[in-house]
Design a protein around this ligand. Structure first.
Ligand code: VNL
Length: 394
């Protein structure tokens, strides 16, 4: 029943969208640019993610041109400073003043959640390029996600750990959506496999001081600490991990790949060597497509290494371009439909935008930090193929 209603709704929507989009006839419309409004955090503690996403999106355009199906694709980028009220306000301005056809971005989960109602009311297809809490996709039927979810990226290491001598763990996560998703997924899967979770620790999202939490980890003496922190925070954590002597106390560090992300990994130094993570992207992923992507990204960005956020910006544009080709430049509900069900080879490996869930299905790799060609890299050594988000209940 639910499904039939949805089909009816989108069919009507497509008809209404087409009528509204073509008041002056096809040729006049064809010349108008397709505006894409990216809402990103470009200042503050999560600015590195905003910059990676923008650089990834711009690289896609530099490689594939700025015109698709006869329409110019124009990127507008605005900074929400990681404040949900600002994300919502920018979304409203994009829709009302700029008349964007598509929105995208969202560095943090609460920022995507704030924009969900605007996307729904304005019927604007919206591409989630970071925000990895499972439930984000439910915030609007106009969302599609090309990033990842935390449960998707957590189960790999929760499976790997008990097979590799880790029997007891303390979890340490950022205290908001994705952290709680990671904590839950880790605890459920690890205990299912016979492991024991000794403590569940949550640290503040902004400016966390890890010292007191690391002391508690030390006192609990687990075999390992499992960590999730959003991109950009891993360096501070690593430093304090060593300062508190956890490495010397024989406590292993396992994590999602957000902690050892490629933008900052090489600057962490040898303390990061041997850290095992699961994640959907490594700049060291040994495919031709990825090697090309990494080389082009570095060339366009003064030698900076792309991380998984850049890949999402790049793939998000690819999804948009492919959808515009399929609709011959039509936007609205038709464009949203054309984004669904796409499969392609991303720099991360093969991916699918599941037409039913609007979420990404992708490989998740188990990786170990090692030195390769003189730099620290997340070196993949196992793969879980075509992982759907295991975190959604419906
Ligand atoms: C989120 C998840 C943000 C994973 C991240 O980095 C990340 C989020 C800024 O959903 O807020 O690595």
């Amino acid at each position: 029943m639910k499904r039939r209603q949805f089909v009816l709704h989108t069919t009507l929507g497509a008809a209404a969208g087409a009528a509204a989009a073509l008041p002056l006839g096809v040729s006049a419309q064809a010349a108008a640019p397709v505006k894409v409004g990216l809402i990103l955090s470009m200042t503050g503690p999560f600015a590195s993610t905003g910059k990676q996403i923008e650089a990834g999106a711009r690289l896609y355009q530099a490689e594939h041109g700025d015109t698709v199906a006869g329409r110019k694709v124009e990127l507008l980028v605005r900074d929400d400073a990681s404040t949900p009220d600002q994300s919502r306000r920018i979304a409203q301005e994009f829709v009302v003043n700029d008349k964007v056809a598509v929105m995208g971005g969202f560095v943090l989960t609460p920022l995507a959640l704030a924009v969900g109602p605007v996307a729904t009311q304005s019927r604007t297809p919206t591409i989630v390029m970071s925000a990895g809490t499972s439930s984000v996709i439910d915030a609007s039927p106009y969302f599609i996600r090309c990033s990842f979810t935390l449960p998707q990226n957590t189960i790999g290491v929760a499976e790997w750990a008990p097979k590799n001598g880790i029997r007891s763990v303390v979890t340490l996560v950022s205290d908001y959506g994705p952290g709680i998703d990671a904590e839950t997924a880790f605890r459920d899967r690890f205990t299912l496999n016979g492991g024991t979770v000794k403590e569940l620790l949550r640290v503040p999202v902004r400016n966390p001081d890890f010292a007191p939490f690391l002391q508690r980890v030390r006192d609990a003496q687990p075999d390992a600490v499992f960590v999730f922190l959003p991109a950009g925070v891993g360096t501070t954590f690593m430093k304090q991990f060593v300062e508190r002597g956890l490495d010397k106390a024989g406590i292993r560090l396992i994590a999602t790949g957000d902690v050892t992300e490629d933008d900052i990994l090489n600057d962490m130094g040898d303390v990061a060597l041997g850290v095992v993570t699961s994640h959907h992207y490594s700049a060291a992923h040994p495919s031709t497509a990825n090697q090309k992507f990494v080389a082009a990204f570095k060339k366009a960005n003064a030698g900076k290494r792309p991380n998984y956020m850049a890949v999402a910006g790049y793939d998000g544009m690819r999804i948009l371009y492919t959808a515009l080709q399929r609709t011959k430049g039509q936007t609205g509900d038709a464009l949203l439909e054309a984004m669904k069900g796409q499969t392609f080879e991303s720099p991360r490996g093969p991916v699918l935008i599941d037409a039913q869930t609007r979420d990404i299905v992708q490989n998740v790799y188990i990786r170990r930090v090692a030195r390769q060609d003189g730099e620290l890299h997340n070196v993949e050594f196992e793969v879980l193929k075509s992982v759907k988000d295991p975190g959604r209940r419906k």
